[in-house]
Design a protein around this ligand. Structure first.
Ligand SMILES: *Cc1c(COP(=O)(O)O)cnc(C)c1O
Ligand code: SF4
Length: 368
């Protein structure tokens, strides 16, 4: 680091003034950014600040984390609750949209605040963790519904809870016999790998149920050696990991970046799970890409990468109608698929069509 580069403090940068002091945003933008920060939480932890190249105006880490004036521009169709959590929330802290699994939002806080966050109207510091009474009610709701096979801890980021508090919640989930699987959705190993301590990892597994950890990461540069070590501590403790990525314009909407990210996950023993089409979060229009582009990127991944590196590309249908895979499809669209004696045209990843033969008619004399 040369003498002209401002020092980056070894603590989380919270707000435009601290970002300016660290040389990450220009001072002349402070008044405008103050109104952005008043609306949407800002936090850039040291491990992520260190990844930003302030001389690159298109830096993909900066783009995800540094507030911009564009966030105050709200486009038609954007919503404070883009995936309809509220319509499926029977009690505070629980979202129950699918019969066999429920979300448990244990905190609203995160270690880092992403500018495209689909829950940006509800996450942030202040009134952070679910109150003791609300947690009791949420656990009672889950305990009274035998159809709930899986509980997904989310937030916010459930791993910002203290190890003691996380352990208590996990032990209580462990006592519900019909809950067989616990999933934790987190960005903490990327945001602050040093916080993935052995006590925290022990707490993550404290339900005694099959426990999966889904890591949110969007760019291959986020997967540093320290992040790899943090994930290894989780996986070596017997908790398999999944990768979750949001497709983001200007961050990862090109095949080479996505390919490097997916390979980075697999090399860290993390199975890519979902590539999320960006949600209609308020002020996040700058991150949107078309479904056609997403499909083209998925096709490029299919043609060049191991099957282990393939996520499922999903859209959470606005309004709470659920997540669906959005392609691409390799079957020609006008195919009569129900028609047993028709050949089907299948496209390979490079766009060449091939005929796939029909199911043969049953031959009664061949059956014994
Ligand atoms: C995304 C989500 C889930 C989990 O869906 P999977 O497809 O099982 O990963 C569950 N409930 C809600 C409300 C969700 O938004
Ligand atoms: S870590 Fe997740 S919940 Fe937190 S701000 Fe980022 S996208 Fe939102």
């Amino acid at each position: 680091m040369d003498a002209l580069t401002p020092a980056r403090p070894n603590r989380t940068l919270r707000g435009p003034a601290e970002l300016a002091d660290a040389g990450l945003v220009p001072c002349e933008r402070l008044p405008a950014l103050a109104s952005v920060a008043a609306r949407y939480a800002v936090a850039v932890p040291p491990a992520m600040a260190a990844l930003i190249d302030p001389t690159d105006p298109r830096d993909p880490i900066a783009r995800q984390l540094l507030p911009t004036e564009a966030e105050l521009v709200h486009a038609p169709g954007e919503s404070a609750d883009p995936i309809g959590d509220n319509v499926h929330s029977p009690v505070p802290g629980v979202v129950h949209r699918y019969p066999d699994r429920a979300l448990l939002k244990v905190t609203h806080a995160c270690a880092v605040y992403c500018r495209f966050c689909f829950r940006r109207e509800s996450v942030g510091p202040g009134a952070e963790a679910l109150s003791a009474e609300a947690l009791d009610t949420a656990l009672a709701y889950i305990g009274a519904r035998p159809e709930i096979w899986e509980v997904i801890l989310t937030g916010g980021d459930p791993l910002v809870l203290s190890a003691r508090r996380l352990r208590e919640t996990m032990v209580r989930l462990g006592a519900i016999p019909h809950v067989k699987v616990v999933r934790i959705h987190t960005r903490l190993p990327v945001a602050d790998p040093s916080r993935v301590t052995r006590p925290l990892v022990a707490a993550m597994g404290a339900s005694g149920k099959a426990t999966y950890v889904a890591l949110h990461a969007n760019h291959p540069r986020e997967l540093t050696p320290a992040v790899g070590d943090a994930c290894a501590r989780i996986i070596d403790a017997g908790l398999p990991m999944l990768g979750q990525t949001v497709l983001l314009a200007g961050v990862n909407d090109d095949a080479a970046t996505l390919a490097a990210l997916m390979r980075g996950f697999v090399e860290a023993r993390i199975k890519p799970y979902y590539l999320h089409h960006p949600d209609l979060a308020p002020g996040a229009g700058q991150f949107r890409v078309s479904l056609a582009k997403g499909q083209a990127l998925m096709r490029a991944l299919r043609g060049r990468l191991s099957g282990l590196c393939q996520p499922t590309y999903v859209l959470d249908i606005p309004g709470g109608h659920g997540k669906v895979p959005v392609g691409p499809s390799y079957l020609a669209p006008e195919q009569p698929l129900g028609d047993l004696d028709a050949c089907v045209q299948v496209e390979d990843p490079w766009g060449q069509a091939h005929a796939y033969p029909p199911v043969p008619p049953l031959n009664p004399s061949a059956a014994k």
